[in-house]
Ligand binder design. Structure first.
Ligand code: SF4
Length: 357
């Protein structure tokens, strides 16, 4: 139940005061979604008063589905050792996908994959420099912290050396994937083999220190408690205070159609909107919030622009990881424009750095 304290905390955030972790937990325990949405909308408006909702034209490319981390929520990976459905994309296949993106006017690639035990750092360096030679104006948003951690372990190299080498080869920015919930109790339940909380944060800290920007994410609605959601948000806010390296925050719900090992029901859209709003109120130092229409569909995607989001993320030509385990939606530029207009905003295309293009 929402009580007096709940409304006092909302008042506090609207006066520009920073919320404590205890405040954040009170908001999660309250139930006035409309009040949370209205406050988040006001905060969104203070960051972005121009009346526009932005989006990006890019595409996902998964370079391999081979992975030895076995996350319980993931139905995308195939184990190493010659599984008949495993793949490593060739340059020709990647070129075909980039050409398709360029024909739509997009220039950004989100490149991610599994932890392939045989792909050495030279493989990534070679791929990145080839992409930059073939497509000099491409923006390479690639390799989330778990993949960088994997390469670092494989090569026995510090994060800094790995990130620097990849950066020199063409890496432009880092996606915040694999954050899930940044609490080791939760991470151990998802996979004991994946980078831990401190590793994920350290990789982002090092990347930001080297001048690379990244996004921050949260996948929720699985084995975490509300306190752990708060801890996750608090770790992101603390790191952002230090580095200012996160361009945007994206949260989405675990999608379960029964194909992943993890057997928990998918949480509803109210919980999504509530978590989005509270995150907008708490993360007072991250300028942009993306809507997760990929998991929520167009109606909630549209509504999320009134619950703290100012951006609709990217057009989705291809999505494999989230969609392997549950329902997802694929939308084009026109769909994103419709969502923005329906919500009362002017749709505008942007690049990774949120500059209008
Ligand atoms: S989520 Fe990523 S790291 Fe985890 S099993 Fe799937 S591909 Fe591997």
């Amino acid at each position: 139940m929402a009580d007096k304290k709940f409304y006092q905390i909302i008042e506090k955030t609207l006066l520009g005061e920073r919320l404590s972790s205890d405040d954040c937990l009170v908001l999660f325990e309250g139930d006035d979604l409309v009040a949370l949405g209205a406050a988040a909308d006001q905060i969104r408006n203070s960051f972005h008063p121009e009346g526009i909702a932005t989006y990006c034209v890019d595409r996902n490319i998964n370079y391999t589905n081979v992975c030895d981390v076995y996350c319980t929520f993931c139905a995308f990976y195939r184990p190493p050792g010659g599984h008949p459905e495993s793949y490593v994309r060739t340059k020709e296949e990647i070129k075909e996908k980039i050409d398709e993106l360029y024909s739509l006017g997009g220039k950004q690639i989100l490149l991610q994959g599994g932890h392939h035990p045989d792909l050495r750092i030279e493989w990534y360096e070679n791929l990145f420099s080839w992409m930059k030679t073939e497509y000099p104006d491409i923006h390479l948003h690639a390799l989330s912290p778990p993949e960088i951690h994997h390469i670092s372990k494989l090569e026995d190299m510090p994060y800094e050396v790995v990130i620097n080498r990849l950066h020199q080869s063409g890496l432009d920015s880092i996606p915040g994937g694999g954050g899930e919930i940044l609490v080791d109790r939760v991470r151990n339940k998802i996979s004991k083999l994946k980078v831990n909380t401190e590793g994920w944060l350290e990789i982002m800290r090092v990347a930001h220190g080297l001048g690379l920007r990244s996004t921050a994410t949260m996948m929720f609605g699985h084995v975490e408690t509300l306190e752990e959601r708060v801890e996750h948000l608090s770790s992101l806010r603390e790191l952002q205070d230090q580095t200012k390296g996160f361009t945007a925050f994206i949260c989405w719900t675990f999608q379960n159609d029964g194909s992943a090992t993890l057997r928990v029901p998918t949480v509803g859209s109210s919980e999504y909107l509530k978590t989005l709003s509270i995150s907008r109120l708490f993360l007072d130092n991250i300028p942009n919030f993306q809507s997760s229409w990929v998991t929520q569909g167009m109606k909630i995607g549209e509504l999320s622009l009134h619950y703290g989001a100012n951006d609709m993320g990217s057009t989705m030509i291809e999505e494999n990881v989230v969609s392997s385990a549950g329902t997802t939606y694929c939308l084009n530029e026109e769909d994103l424009s419709v969502m923005a207009k329906n919500a009362g905003f002017l749709p505008k295309r942007r690049n990774f750095f949120y500059e209008l293009v």
